[in-house]
Design a protein around this ligand. Structure first.
Ligand SMILES: C[S@@+](CC[C@H](N)C(=O)[O-])C[C@H]1O[C@@H](n2cnc3c(N)ncnc32)[C@H](O)[C@@H]1O
Length: 413
């Protein structure tokens, strides 16, 4: 059971690897695949880490998500909260319903529940089933919109959602921007899949990390100094220079893709809310001198590794978010912050304790199923793992969507 990999496994500090999954050590690298070799050669032998990460995750033919190779769930490469069972969706639905029911009717469309990066499609299905059963009136004027840039994943989502009781469609942010919706956007473990720029300290300078082809192998090497625009999030944290606490070779991540993503997302809504659920640290933790190798991790077949270069296109690569960078990027993209808290607190506010006690009355489920649901509920709030995720809410439009405090921030009854 302990081999089930709930991301993240925070390697240098914080969560213990053994809690979540097997951490496999030292680089054991094979030759880069021919497609990657050709691209690196065409690029002159090296590319910034962000380009490498974009290729190995999102290339439609070779990327781990792009071609649909990665599987999410107990039998897949890693688990996420929704893949543990329906209880996560059931609790989250309380927040989404509260927001959706308070929104005015959209003159041109049904109200939209937009899920970005829906993975296997299980969360969307569980939410739709629950809303249709518990709120038929809302369901009758609601549409599910899936935003999934990776064709291989979208194909599996279509299959999973065949029995979905709500009308559904797959649209890109660009298509949504042509006809913006009123609704709620959900980003569950999506922003951690955006390509990060890795930064390396070199005396008084920050350098961009490169992935370089050396004969038959790949290496990580410091490249040119970073442009001042990219350093803006670090300057806001007074880290425009590494300083003496971060010796040469100290490495971390920046998220240049966050602001464009949040801007595209804002353009897709006329009014409504965005809920980001992901692993994140405050800046002081993220860029702590002791965190000398950043937060980037690789996952495959319920194993975790800190080597991003092995078997490119077969491992998930993922990095934590920095909370302040997320808030700053969201503000610049036009979102208004509605607050944030840890998942454990959010789920308790939405009724997790009652859900847990209610299991006692569901003997008909059978002992195995009851124990599995009990274990899943406890894992969702485990402060050393999934309970440490952050729920970060933003609003767009007018009151109440930009003023009303989210239900998940209330004290549990
Ligand atoms: C880690 S999985 C999370 C899946 C699901 N939300 C869950 O929690 O089980 C990341 C998902 O985001 C998708 N994705 C990656 N980049 C994206 C982007 N720029 N916009 C929307 N989705 C993206 C991936 O293809 C995949 O479906």
């Amino acid at each position: 059971m302990l081999a089930i990999a709930a991301r993240p496994t925070d390697q240098p500090l914080g969560l213990g690897a053994s809690l979540c999954c097997w951490l496999i050590g030292g680089p054991v690298r094979s030759e880069p695949p021919a497609w990657l070799r050709q691209r690196l050669e065409a690029a002159g032998g090296s590319v910034p880490f962000s380009i490498y990460m974009e290729w190995v995750l999102h290339d439609p033919l070779h990327g781990a998500y792009g071609c649909g190779r990665l599987r999410i769930g107990r039998d897949g490469d890693f688990v996420t909260s929704p893949s543990l069972g329906p209880d996560f969706a059931l609790l989250l639905a309380r927040q989404l319903i509260d927001w959706l029911e308070a929104l005015p009717a959209d003159p041109e469309h049904r109200l939209s529940l937009v899920e970005t990066g829906p993975g296997e499609g299980q969360l969307a299905l569980d939410l739709a089933l629950h809303i249709a059963a518990e709120r038929p009136e809302l369901a009758s004027r609601l549409e599910l919109v899936l935003v999934e840039p990776n064709p291989g994943m979208a194909e599996r989502q279509r299959l999973r959602l065949q029995t979905c009781p709500l009308p559904r469609r797959w649209l890109s942010f660009a298509e949504l921007a042509d006809a913006p919706r009123t609704g709620v956007v959900l980003a569950h473990e999506v922003l951690d899949a955006l390509a990060v720029e890795r930064i390396v300290a070199d005396g008084a300078l920050w350098r961009r990390q490169l992935v370089t082809l050396h004969g038959d192998s790949l290496r990580l090497e410091p490249g040119e100094p970073l442009e001042p625009e990219l350093l803006a999030p670090l300057a806001a944290l007074e880290l425009h220079q590494p300083g003496p606490q971060r010796p040469t070779g100290w490495c971390s991540e920046l998220h240049p893709g966050l602001e464009p993503w949040l801007r595209d997302c804002a353009r897709s809504l006329r009014r409504g809310q965005l809920l980001v659920i992901d692993y994140a640290h405050e800046a002081w933790r993220y860029y702590a001198p002791q965190r000398a190798n950043g937060t980037l991790m690789a996952y495959r077949a319920q194993q975790a590794s800190d080597d991003p270069l092995q078997d490119p296109g077969h491992w998930d690569l993922t990095a934590h978010l920095c909370l302040e960078s997320l808030e700053l990027a969201a503000e610049r993209a036009g979102w208004c912050s509605l607050g944030q808290c840890r998942q454990g607190q959010a789920l308790l506010a939405l009724g997790l304790a009652e859900q847990l006690h209610g299991l006692q009355r569901q003997q008909a489920l059978g002992l195995d199923r009851l124990l599995q649901r009990r274990e899943a509920l406890l894992r969702l709030v485990d402060p050393g793992a999934l309970g440490d995720f952050r729920w970060v809410a933003f609003g767009l439009g007018e009151p109440p969507e930009v003023e009303c405090p989210p239900l998940f921030l209330r004290e549990p009854l």
